[in-house]
Design a protein around this ligand. Structure first.
Ligand SMILES: C[S@@+](CC[C@H](N)C(=O)[O-])C[C@H]1O[C@@H](n2cnc3c(N)ncnc32)[C@H](O)[C@@H]1O
Length: 313
């Protein structure tokens, strides 16, 4: 923990110690920088800005960054963190979903800009996970929300209380790859007869009661994943985002995607393989890059990270 805070202190742009504020720890940071080989003056597109951990290092190496994030809170916070670079015009940020990536770039003064590198670091940030109000974590008591974009119409609460047994089963199976989906869907529907499931804790306890604590991971892990993916339509957003990146790349530019579960990784792998077959460039990572033992020890949240890289012709 002490190490972590030392890192955060040196990481902070102006050296000011932000008491009570800890930043998301960027995953595979060294590996991202090694692949990118940042060149001063080139532009990089960070499609999942979060707390700006990756962007900060790209900026420090002289690259320019356009960052986007669907979560307005992340944009505001990171604009503050990277303010100095913003003032010099080397950092720009915009709130939006990467499924609209082309339009978002058009909205900036960078309409004709091509990017040397485009990064997707998927999933949620520590900031989102640790705020109980956002409802992402089964370890905290909060409302069943799970929207990364607070303007989305449907929350996890709506799905948990509104889907029928068959729909819950399908959701948990398809988006959670949960092998006990049927039992969980049945337990959920019976519990709802008493009253609605309103909090993350209620849902987590229901999963614990239904499945027990047999595995290393919490029994609610996969259903939380399924609900989050559904609420944010994450898989379609990823496909749509990847469909648009080609037109934004410089010659020899690279696309890096860090994913955290097999559903995302499969989309990335298949997309990159298709691009290679179409002659658009080369898959750089035949096997995905994963965190070192040191990173796994220091940041357990990195444990399921897989990075794939594609280089344009
Ligand atoms: C793992 S965090 C990124 C952390 C960041 N690389 C850092 O070092 O601080 C993922 C971020 O992506 C954002 N995000 C997820 N899906 C998105 C989407 N479809 N469009 C834009 N941002 C998205 C989330 O709101 C979250 O802030």
């Amino acid at each position: 923990m002490e190490e972590y805070h030392k890192h955060l202190r040196s990481d902070d742009l102006r050296g000011k110690l932000l008491i009570g504020k800890t930043y998301h720890r960027p995953v595979l940071l060294g590996e991202v920088l090694e692949v990118l080989e940042v060149k001063a003056g080139e532009w990089y597109l960070d499609c999942t800005l979060g707390d700006g951990g990756h962007s900060l290092e790209i900026l420090k190496k002289g690259g320019n960054v356009l960052g986007l994030d669907v979560d307005p809170e992340a944009i505001e916070r990171t604009k503050g963190r990277l303010e100095g670079f913003g003032e010099s015009g080397r950092f720009k940020a915009i709130q939006g979903n990467f499924r609209d990536i082309k339009n978002l770039v058009l909205q900036m003064d960078l309409a004709d800009q091509k990017f040397a590198g485009i990064l997707f670091d998927l999933g949620v940030s520590s900031l989102q996970l640790e705020n109980p109000e956002r409802g992402f974590s089964f370890g905290k008591v909060g409302p069943l929300d799970m929207r990364m974009d607070p303007t989305l119409a449907v929350t996890a609460l709506d799905l948990v209380n509104g889907l029928n047994k068959g729909e819950l089963y399908e959701l948990f199976t398809k988006l959670g790859e949960e092998k006990y989906s049927r039992r969980l869907a049945e337990a959920l529907v019976s519990a709802r007869e008493v009253g609605p499931i309103q909090t993350t804790r209620q849902l987590a306890e229901l999963a614990e009661k239904t499945l027990g604590r047999r595995e290393k991971i919490h029994p609610a892990t996969r259903i939380f994943q399924a609900l989050r993916i559904a609420v944010n339509d994450e898989l379609n957003a990823l496909k749509e985002g990847l469909d648009q990146v080609m037109t934004l790349m410089e010659e020899n530019g690279q696309i890096l995607v860090i994913s955290f579960h097999s559903l995302e990784d499969r989309i990335v792998k298949n997309t990159f393989n298709n691009w290679e077959e179409e002659g658009l460039g080369k898959v750089v990572t035949k096997k995905p890059i994963t965190p070192s033992n040191l990173e796994l020890r220091e940041n357990p949240r990195s444990r399921s990270a897989k990075m794939r890289v594609f280089r344009m012709l």
